[in-house]
Design a protein around this ligand. Structure first.
Ligand code: NAD
Length: 472
């Protein structure tokens, strides 16, 4: 049974009534109906959560204890995955097939990846006459967005637990209900009181208090670049470590001798995954001028398979935008792209249903790389197709945005694609359809962020380093 009428916060191992009376409504974007509420916490709730996390933090925690905690979390998470998938469908409109796979199985794989990293990790190393110790960083503030609500929380909470840290977690207001269910799983896992604390609430209040809190040692934030900059500013003032996973405008670069049909099919699928609400989506498709007409035909054919509809229908590939605000944002981008002279190939800004925040999958051709659509993250099912003349031009366009999160390169020869990828300023690139790896470091260049998540690199973010110079 789901409890969508949440009235309590999880602090110090107990579900407690918050200090204030604010309640935040959660809306099903396919029906526009309120399906639940979560408390809007106060600064006093953050302070209580930080105190609980501080009390639970033991810098000398054994590795065996951490392994036991991570194993218990994975077992409890696995049991709750079907429930959590249902909730993600309801709170943010993810089609069931996406909710049951990418939204939940990927976080499980990520959590298992951290268990493996922990198993193989050396916490002590001798360098010359020094003994180098890797210690848990301390109390972590984790602030997460709505688009992959479970994944983003798992990518922070599990490495924090593996490292021996304790956590104060603030989920998004659009999709917080799945996070409450994840925290129940943590409770079922028997974590000691205060290891993970949950405070839902308004970003400007709860998020800023976490970022500025003097007793938090490290803030790990995932969200928009604008809010990330604010979090970094507040964390900087209190001299705490910060990791920022921010937006993207990633390029899918299809070189002239690539298998165009495959590159287009995979590229369209990537751009529209989760309704385009994916930070690492390849939202710009860079196509050689010499094959441009052929590419547009293939794109149109591929897009026609992306059925938009009720997220509960197993045939649906694209559900609604996750919120009314996001719906209006996406439609605004489409309208302005048309005004900017981009060629509408398919889709458009018109809502495609009377009820629910549904936008048609939309493709623009002849997009000026320097226009708003060529530069800014839309976070909806909108693909910008940009022709290039040669490799130099493709590289200039690929690197020509403020972002650098993800991307892809396709060429007949994999070595040629790798050589091109070496020059792209981005944190992750798929070469000729190379598949997703849940333990490969993930994070941004430029305005896409600071730091890395996942795998060993993601785990090491939660560790502090100490050097002991030993006597001869
Ligand atoms: P957002 O920045 O609006 O919100 C993210 C979180 O920050 C939410 O919990 C929100 O309540 C909180 N917040 C809001 N204002 C705050 C403030 N002033 N101080 C502290 N916290 C505050 O982002 P969103 O709309 O929820 O998510 C979409 C964005 O997230 C997109 O830009 C997307 O690219 C990005 N994103 C990045 C990654 C990544 O790994 N790089 C992954 C997913 C999403």
């Amino acid at each position: 049974m789901h409890d969508y009428a949440r009235k309590t916060l999880f602090i110090g191992g107990e579900w407690i009534t918050p200090a204030g009376t604010d309640l935040i409504e959660v809306i099903d974007p396919s029906t526009e109906q309120v399906i639940g509420t979560v408390p809007g916490g106060t600064e006093a709730d953050v302070d209580a959560a930080v105190s609980a996390a501080r009390r639970a933090f033991d810098p000398l925690i054994s590795v065996a204890e951490r392994r036991q905690r991570v194993a218990a979390v994975i077992a409890a998470l696995e049991k709750r995955l079907p429930d959590i998938a249902e909730t993600i469908t309801r709170e943010m409109g993810a089609p069931v097939r996406i909710a049951q796979t990418v939204q939940t199985q990927v976080p499980l794989a990520v959590a298992r990846g951290f268990a493996d990293v922990l198993d193989g990790f050396d916490f002590e190393e001798q360098v010359g006459n020094s003994l180098i110790l890797r210690e848990p960083y301390g109390v972590v503030g984790a602030i997460t967005p709505w688009n992959y609500p479970l994944y983003q929380v798992v990518a922070k909470v599990v490495p924090a637990i593996a490292a021996g840290c304790t956590v104060v977690l603030k989920p998004s207001n659009e999709a917080p209900l799945s996070v409450f269910e994840f925290v129940e799983a943590l409770e079922e896992a028997g974590l000691p009181a205060g290891v993970v604390n949950l405070v839902s609430g308004r970003g400007a209040l709860i998020g800023e208090r976490i970022a500025a809190h003097p007793e938090i040692d490290f803030v790990s934030f995932t969200g928009s670049t604008g809010v990330g900059a604010r979090v970094g500013e507040l964390a900087g003032r209190s001299v705490k470590k910060v990791a920022l996973e921010l937006g993207g405008k990633s390029a899918n670069v299809i070189l002239d001798d690539a298998d165009l049909a495959t590159a287009v099919k995979v590229g369209v699928g990537n751009a529209f995954l989760n309704g385009g609400q994916t930070c690492m989506a390849w939202t710009r498709m860079l196509v050689p001028q010499s094959r441009y007409g052929e590419a547009l035909e293939l794109i149109e054919a591929a897009v026609s398979k992306y059925t938009v509809g009720d997220p509960l229908d197993p045939a649906t590939r694209i559900g609604p935008s996750a919120s009314a605000g996001q719906f209006e944002t996406v439609r605004g981008f489409i309208e302005r792209a048309q005004r900017d002279g981009a060629r509408l190939i398919t889709g458009g800004a018109e809502p495609i249903r009377e009820v629910g925040y549904y936008v048609a999958p939309t493709v623009f051709g002849d997009v000026d790389p320097d226009s708003e659509l060529g530069q800014e993250e839309v976070f909806g099912p909108v693909l910008a197709v940009i022709p290039f003349t040669d490799e130099t031009d493709a590289l200039r366009i690929a690197n020509g945005t403020p972002y650098g999160l993800s991307g892809a390169v396709w060429a007949a020869d994999t070595d040629r694609a790798i050589a091109f990828a070496r020059e792209v300023q981005t944190g992750q690139l798929d070469i000729n359809g190379g598949k997703y790896n849940p333990v490969a470091p993930f994070g941004g260049y430029k305005k896409s962020g600071i730091g890395r998540e996942l795998g060993r690199a993601g785990f090491e973010e939660y560790l502090q380093t100490k050097s002991l110079q030993l006597p001869a």
